[in-house]
Design a protein. Structure first.
Length: 553
C-alpha cells in the first residue's frame, strides 16, 4: 500500500499535551497545532516539552501551512521554538493570533513570522487540499475544527470541543454545518478523547457564573479566584459577579494580565469602566469591595496563588476570612502541589472552595463527555475514527463509544505518535512510521538534552556525586598531588570522615596498582569508578556518580 493521503501525530496521542498532527497528500503536508506541556517529575531541569519536528525539518519544502485550532498552551506553546527552526505560514483565528503574537514577540521572531487570520467561514486552497473550518465550543474563544478535502477523501479534525447549547457568548457549535460536512462524506474523523471516560454531557459554562454570583454576594471579605488565564468566558463571569457585588477587580500573574489585555483589546472581554484596579490599591480598599483574578490554579510554585499562600506577594495579603475559589480541576501530576497551597491558605485563615466542579459548581470542563463524542460521530458519519488527544485508556474508551454508535471495530484506529495511517481507495491502515516523541527545552537549548543527560541528572538528584581530583606530571607520569575527594549530595563530610578516608585510601591504592597504565587517562578513570563504586555500594548501599578529574601539568 503506497497511499497518497495519510495522517500521523507528532504529539498528542497517548498523552495530554504537546499536540501536533500532520495531514499529508502526495508531497504536500499541513500541520495542525504546535503545543507544549510542562515536564513531569522524572525530567529534572527541563523547562518545557515540545514535539519532535525532525520529520518536518527533513521535509520542509513540503510543508504548506500550520493551522492552529485554538490558543491553549498544549496547542500553541511550542510555536516560538518550532518557528525558529522552520519557516511556514500560520493560520489561526483572531484571538489565537493575539496570544501567538505575544509569544513570538517575546521570542524575537514576530517580524519574520507569516501569520494569517481565519474564521469559521474561511476556505483555503493549499496545494492539493481544500481546507474549510467549523466553529467549536471550548474553554477559550475562537476555536475551530478543520476539514481537509482531497481527491482521496475528506479528513475532519475536531480540535478540542464540547456541545455547549447555552454558552456564555455566541460560540455554540454549528450543528447544521457539522451535519452538512457529514452528509458530504467523511473518510476519517480525528477526534479528541479527553473526557471519553466521563458519562453524559459536560455541563454548560453558564452554570459556573451562577455559583460565582452567589459566592461573591455572600463573601464577607476579599474574594480570590484562581483559574486558567486563557478561559476568557470564565474571566468574564468573574468580572460580572464582581460588578454585581460592587467589587473592584485586580489581576495577579503575568499571563492573566496579558490575556485580559489582549481579550479586551480584541473585544472578547467586556469590562465596566474603572472596574479594574492596580494590585497596589487592594490593601487600601475595604476587603468586601475587592476581588482578585489570579494565575496558579494548578499549583505552580511561582504563580500568583502560590505566592499568596506563602504570604510572599509584594502587594496583596490573604487575611483571615477571605474567600479563595479554585476554579479549575487539577491536571494529573499537580495534585500534591495544589494540596500544599490549599493547606497554606487554610493556615492563613481563608475559606477555600476547592475540589471537583461537580462538588463546588465553580468549574466545568471544556471537553465533551461521552454523549458529545458520540454526537460528533453521529453528525460526521465517518468511515474511520482516529481517537487523539488523550492517554491510552481514554483512546480505548473512545473506541468503545465509536463502536457503540455503529463504527466497525476495525475502523477505529488507535495509533501511537509517529504511526502513519495511510488511506487508499477508501481503505485505511498503519503503513509506516516517522520519527516522533518529545523534544526537551532547557533554558536556551532546544533538543540538546538527551536521555544520557537526564540519566545523569536523575543520578545526581537521587544519589549525589563523588569527585576524585588527581594531578599528574605529564612527562614522567607521576603523581604530583591527590587523590582528593569532594562530595555533594552523597554524605556529610564532617560525619563521614572515616568512610571518605577509607575511600581515599582505595583511590590511592588503585592509582599505585596501575603502574605504567597511569598515563592512560581512560583506564585510570574507569578503574577509579569501578573500585570506588564497588566499595561505596557495599558500605552505604548507594551509587553516587563518581567523577574522576585528572589534571596533567
Amino acid at each position: 500500500m503506497n497511499p497518497k493521503l495519510s495522517f500521523f501525530a507528532l504529539g498528542g496521542v497517548g498523552e495530554i499535551g504537546k499536540n501536533m498532527y500532520v495531514v499529508q497528500y502526495d508531497d504536500e503536508l499541513i500541520v495542525v497545532d504546535c503545543g507544549s506541556k510542562f515536564p513531569e517529575d522524572d525530567l529534572p531541569g527541563i523547562d518545557l516539552v515540545i514535539p519532535d519536528v525532525t520529520y518536518l525539518l527533513e521535509n520542509k519544502d513540503k510543508v504548506k501551512a500550520l493551522i492552529l485550532t485554538h490558543g491553549h498552551e498544549d496547542h500553541i506553546g511550542g510555536l516560538p521554538y518550532v518557528l525558529k527552526q522552520l519557516r511556514m505560514p500560520v493560520y489561526a483565528t483572531k484571538f489565537t493570533l493575539g496570544l501567538v503574537s505575544v509569544k513570538l514577540e517575546e521570542a524575537g521572531i514576530l517580524d519574520r513570522s507569516l501569520l494569517h487570520e481565519i474564521t469559521p467561514e474561511t476556505e483555503l486552497r493549499l496545494g492539493g487540499f481544500d481546507v474549510s473550518f467549523f466553529k467549536a465550543s471550548h474553554s477559550i474563544p475562537d476555536c475551530l475544527g478543520i476539514v481537509f478535502k482531497t481527491e482521496e477523501g475528506t479528513i475532519v479534525h475536531t480540535g478540542d470541543f464540547k456541545f455547549d447549547l447555552s454558552p456564555v457568548t455566541e460560540e455554540a457549535a454549528d450543528l447544521h454545518r457539522l451535519s452538512d460536512i457529514g452528509k458530504g462524506g467523511v473518510l476519517a474523523l480525528v477526534s479528541e478523547s479527553t473526557n471519553a471516560e466521563r458519562p453524559g454531557f459536560t455541563p454548560s459554562e453558564r452554570n459556573v457564573g451562577r455559583h460565582f454570583a452567589e459566592a461573591f454576594r455572600s463573601a464577607p471579605q476579599k474574594v480570590v479566584v484562581a483559574t486558567f488565564a486563557s478561559n476568557v468566558h470564565r474571566l468574564q463571569q468573574v468580572i460580572d459577579a464582581a460588578f454585581e457585588s460592587d467589587r473592584k477587580i485586580a489581576l495577579l500573574g503575568r499571563s492573566m494580565v496579558n490575556v485580559v489585555r489582549i481579550a479586551s483589546e480584541l473585544g472578547y472581554l467586556q469590562i465596566p469602566e474603572q472596574q479594574l484596579i492596580d494590585p497596589a490599591e487592594v490593601m487600601n480598599l475595604p476587603p468586601e469591595r475587592v476581588a482578585l483574578l489570579c494565575t496558579g490554579s494548578q499549583g505552580e510554585p511561582n504563580a500568583a496563588l502560590a505566592r499568596l499562600a506563602r504570604n510572599s506577594h509584594r502587594q496583596v495579603e490573604i487575611a483571615r476570612g477571605d474567600t479563595v475559589i479554585l476554579s479549575a480541576t487539577a491536571i494529573p501530576g499537580n495534585e500534591k502541589l495544589l494540596s500544599r497551597i490549599i493547606d497554606d491558605l487554610f493556615k492563613l485563615g481563608a475559606k477555600v472552595i476547592y475540589g471537583s466542579g461537580a462538588q463546588t459548581g465553580m468549574h466545568v470542563s471544556g471537553h465533551g463527555s461521552q454523549e458529545e463524542l458520540k454526537l460528533m460521530i453521529h453528525l460526521m458519519r465517518p468511515k474511520y475514527v482516529i481517537p487523539v488527544h488523550g492517554e491510552y485508556r481514554m483512546l480505548h474508551q473512545h473506541r468503545l463509544l465509536a463502536e457503540a454508535v455503529g463504527v466497525e471495530q476495525d475502523h477505529v484506529l488507535i495509533v501511537e505518535n509517529g504511526d502513519v495511517v495511510g488511506f487508499q481507495n477508501g481503505a485505511a491502515g498503519v503503513t509506516g512510521k516517522v520519527q516522533a516523541g518529545p523534544t526537551f527545552v532547557d533554558g536556551l537549548g532546544i533538543g540538546d538534552v538527551g536521555n544520557s543527560v537526564l540519566r545523569d541528572r536523575r543520578s545526581l538528584s537521587q544519589e549525589g556525586i563523588l569527585i576524585v581530583v588527581l594531578t599528574l606530571n605529564k612527562a614522567q607520569g607521576t603523581i604530583l598531588s591527590g587523590p582528593d575527594l569532594v562530595t555533594r549530595g552523597f554524605v556529610y563530610n564532617r560525619e563521614s570522615g572515616g568512610l571518605l578516608s577509607e575511600a581515599n585510601d582505595i583511590a590511592a591504592r588503585t592509582i599505585r596498582d596501575l603502574g605504567d597504565d597511569l598515563r592512560n587517562r581512560n583506564v585510570l578513570k574507569q578503574k577509579l569508578k569501578d573500585h570506588l563504586g564497588r566499595f561505596l555500594y557495599e558500605t552505604t548501599q548507594r551509587r553516587p556518580m563518581i567523577l574522576p578529574i585528572v589534571v596533567e601539568v
